[in-house]
Design a protein around this ligand. Structure first.
Ligand SMILES: Cc1ncc(COP(=O)(O)O)c(C=O)c1O
Ligand SMILES: N[C@@H](CCOP(=O)(O)O)C(=O)O
Length: 468
């Protein structure tokens, strides 16, 4: 499988090249040259298989030419063997048609572990084979950081620097990153918001001298391998609910648009996903786009669901590329206009196509607390604040046909957000035993201004020290 850049000015690469490059050299995102499609019989053949096997078979066409199915099987078995639930991604039925897909049984209690645990294996395999070392830089609004650090800690071919917005994650999220004291892990708290951190990561990739000196690599969902590794859980859930012989809908709490893009990719592969519902907090740029073709960036506002405190959703570019008929020139011009004016000019016909498939809604903090309370009272199952926006969206935007089940992506364990849980339902969910002493562990982080040169210097210092 070959991959092309959404902006058309970078050379095509294979899966391993995309994994290691992260972002294309022209600032675009890599996309598969064509979509692998599974006929109904192939979907049916996956029903009832262990999650690790489903993951290997679903990811295999994306890695064609680089990895064999046997190699992938070894990696998915290692990646998911340590999850705390035997089903890896169990479904919990919340009402007649709504099912929570629990994506938080990995080591850091968020959906990021599903992709990141596999990426750790993929990086190791590629770097060992090539005898290379990389510096991974990533931006996080809370969950990507800890999952990436957990997957990469102590790996001898990787140095990892994670930028998080100072004071804008939950304390549990911050500590899950900053209490990992491995020599190859570098936590940088940037004075800014998530968009500042993400911009800085993209600027490091755009600095070609720094990029090649450091051999930069990415673990954010700008890296296609991340998205590919998030497709299998939609497959597993849909099959469990009757696909391919019954359509399903999904409801996904959305920030950087990577998770719902994985569901959209599953649809492109032939999985019958009838509707893609997205939810947001008060940072409502994506619901505004899908309801009114208004993609205007505003200031990022803090909320009870900090991992969705995002205005510039990187992966939207991938959807845009498809909506514009894979016209890379038009995609590049549209992205440039967004950067220059803060408003994305999406042609009406393209927007209509998107709005026919996606629905979106935003929920403020009070609404989020009410929804956490409602779901808990009705089911005894407590959604975290991100997931609560998606249960709300599922209840309001489900397809008209009641026979279509809705899969809600439960993206984080509520114990990651104890303050919000306490306000909603009056108790603080307990962290699992392996994190029970998290609040007492020593932290290590470097606070830095929003200054690209200074952050690059810090990344370089750390990588050099660690390489010696
Ligand atoms: C708990 C949680 N829910 C939802 C999201 C939003 O997901 P995405 O950025 O893939 O849209 C995130 C951040 O990625 C998250 O950590
Ligand atoms: N919400 C994310 C932000 C980064 O998203 P990613 O999927 O692009 O890594 C986080 O929790 O860090």
């Amino acid at each position: 499988m070959r991959y092309v850049s959404t902006r058309g000015e970078a050379p095509a690469r294979d899966f391993e090249g995309v994994l290691l490059a992260g972002l294309a050299e022209d600032g675009g995102l890599f996309m598969p040259e064509s979509w692998p499609e599974f006929p109904a019989a192939e979907w049916r053949a996956l029903r009832g298989l262990p999650y690790a096997e489903i993951a290997a078979r679903v990811v295999a066409p994306f890695a064609e030419g680089c990895l064999t199915l046997a190699e992938l099987r070894g990696m998915t078995a290692a990646a998911y063997g340590g999850f705390s639930h035997a089903a890896v991604v169990p479904l919990v039925q919340l009402d007649a048609r709504t099912h929570a897909l629990e994506l938080f049984h990995g080591p850091t209690l968020a959906f990021k572990d599903l992709a990141m645990q596999l990426l750790g294996q993929l990086f190791d395999h590629a770097l060992e084979r090539r005898g290379e070392r990389v510096t991974i830089v990533g931006a996080t609004s809370g969950d990507t950081g800890s999952a990436a650090i957990e997957a990469c800690r102590d790996r001898r071919n990787i140095d990892i620097a994670i930028l998080h917005p100072l004071g804008r994650t939950s304390e549990v999220q911050r500590r899950q990153m900053t209490t990992v004291l491995s020599a190859n892990v570098h936590n940088i708290a940037v004075e800014g918001d998530f968009d500042t951190c993400q911009d800085m990561v993209k600027a490091m990739f755009a600095d070609t001298a720094f990029r090649s000196e450091m051999k930069l690599s990415a673990v954010n969902s700008i890296n296609w391998a991340r998205v590919a590794a998030q497709i299998p859980y939609y497959v597993a859930a849909a099959l469990a609910l009757g696909a391919p012989d019954r359509p399903v809908a999904v409801s996904v709490p959305t920030g950087n648009f990577g998770n719902v893009l994985a569901a959209w990719a599953a649809r492109r592969m032939g999985l019958p996903i009838e509707r893609l519902i997205i939810s947001a907090n008060r940072n409502d740029i994506l619901p505004r786009f899908f309801t009114a073709n208004d993609m205007t960036a505003r200031a990022v506002e803090p909320s009870l669901s900090p991992s969705m405190d995002i205005q510039v959703s990187s992966n939207f570019e991938r959807l845009l590329f498809e909506l514009l008929g894979r016209d890379a020139g038009a995609t590049a011009r549209t992205m440039r206009a967004f950067r220059d004016t803060g408003r994305m000019p999406v042609p009406d016909a393209a927007w209509r196509e998107a709005a026919g498939l996606f629905r979106g809604v935003a929920l403020d903090d009070e609404g989020t607390l009410r929804e956490m309370r409602r779901v808990h009272a009705a089911t005894s199952w407590l959604p975290d604040p991100h997931t609560a926006t998606a249960t709300y969206a599922a209840a309001h935007l489900a397809p008209e046909d009641p026979a279509i089940p809705v899969i809600v992506a439960a993206t984080a364990h509520p114990a990651k957000f104890p303050d919000a849980a306490e306000r909603a339902v009056g108790f603080r969910p307990a962290l699992p035993p392996h994190l029970a002493d998290l609040m007492r562990r020593e932290e290590r982080l470097e606070v830095m201004p929003n200054d690209l040169e200074a952050v690059e210097a810090a990344v370089r210092r750390h990588a050099r020290r660690n390489a010696n």
